[in-house]
Design a protein around this ligand. Structure first.
Ligand code: B12
Ligand code: SF4
Ligand code: SF4
Length: 233
């Protein structure tokens, strides 16, 4: 992430035991559509908090094992809220979460914060981590005085990927250059082949990407995310 900041350094120290990390800062300018704060007014900056590779799996899984009912419904969201709400309270910031409607533009923020670009799957590809990273929350700050350098946007990883294996790996062709066919994916996942394939191994299109293969989620985490996936009708 760009720009040294004592807030960011303090955050990294607090996040790393949980397998989480700072995924960039966006400082909003006058022309930006800055997110509103619960107490009124708009945010001066947002710090993205996310996960890279399988780093969160052990801390999360250990927490889940101690919880009644294995953490209940959406345990990863619950765990993320416990960790990030506490940080927000300590830092005088406001937490927001990617799965909470109205959806905040996490991917737009990430493109700005780290110069990331979109893959055919609809998820952002990172030059080092490939498709194996995501966001667990963000901290909105009313005041932010630290300079944030604009993120460098390198070459798009997908442009130098000549074979584009993500486009041919899906057994029902749900991934194309232009869209993700949610209905085709949902129908396949409900079949026995889907239950024994993608639901166990993770999305075959995502798995096929050669970028950042070393950061692929561990098998238990891949299964967990597939089971947690709520595909709309
Ligand atoms: C709704 C949603 C979905 C829906 C998409 C429905 C649809 N057709 O639009 C469904 C349920 C299908 C979905 C699926 C997945 N999602 Co999703 N999803 C979201 C969510 C909650 C909201 C998206 C949104 O509307 N944002 C609001 C607009 C205003 O935000 P925005 O940043 O300006 O807009 C961007 C998106 O709309 C994106 N976009 C456009 N078309 C599509 C299509 C897909 C499939 C996705 C994922 C994104 C996407 O492009 C815009 C930026 O250019 C976001 C979290 C969030 N708050 O953004 C996660 C999010 C985008 N999803 C994510 C992930 C990881 C997935 C899955 C891989 C889940 C899994 N299995 O693990 C799959 C990917 C599909 C696949 N091929 O496997 C991550 C992506 C991380 C990254 N590296 O970019 C996010 C950011 C959540 C997170 N916690 O990090 N998702
Ligand atoms: S397989 Fe190639 S085109 Fe598909 S997401 Fe990975 S780098 Fe991009
Ligand atoms: S989860 Fe399976 S069916 Fe859905 S897009 Fe990925 S490969 Fe295709």
């Amino acid at each position: 992430m760009s720009g040294p900041s004592s807030i960011v350094e303090a955050l990294e120290k607090r996040l790393s035991p949980h397998g989480l990390s700072c995924r960039g800062v966006v400082r909003f300018g006058r022309d930006d559509d800055a997110p509103m704060l619960p107490e009124g007014g708009s945010a001066a900056a947002v710090v993205l908090i996310g996960v890279v590779g399988g780093a969160l799996w052990r801390p999360f899984d250990a927490w889940r094992a101690t919880e009644p009912n294995q953490g209940g419904a959406d345990p990863l969201d619950r765990w993320s809220k416990i960790v990030i709400d506490q940080l927000a309270a300590d830092l005088g910031a406001f937490a927001c979460y990617p799965s909470e409607p109205p959806y905040q533009p996490f991917q737009t923020w990430a493109m700005r914060a780290e110069g990331l670009q979109c893959s055919p799957l609809g998820i952002l590809i990172h030059p080092q981590y490939g498709l194996w990273h995501s966001y667990r929350g963000a901290l909105l700050f009313r005041d932010w005085s630290v300079d944030v350098e604009p993120a460098a946007r390198g070459p798009h990883a997908c442009q130098s990927c000549l074979e584009r294996p993500c486009l041919s790996a899906c057994p029902v062709g749900a991934i194309s250059e232009t869209m993700f066919d949610v209905a085709a994916c949902r129908q396949h996942l409900a079949t026995q082949a889907g239950q024994e394939g993608c639901m166990v191994s993770g999305c075959l299109a995502r798995n096929a990407c050669p970028v950042g293969a070393a950061y692929r989620y561990p098998p238990a985490q891949l299964r967990f995310h597939m089971q947690a996936l709520k595909l709309p009708d």
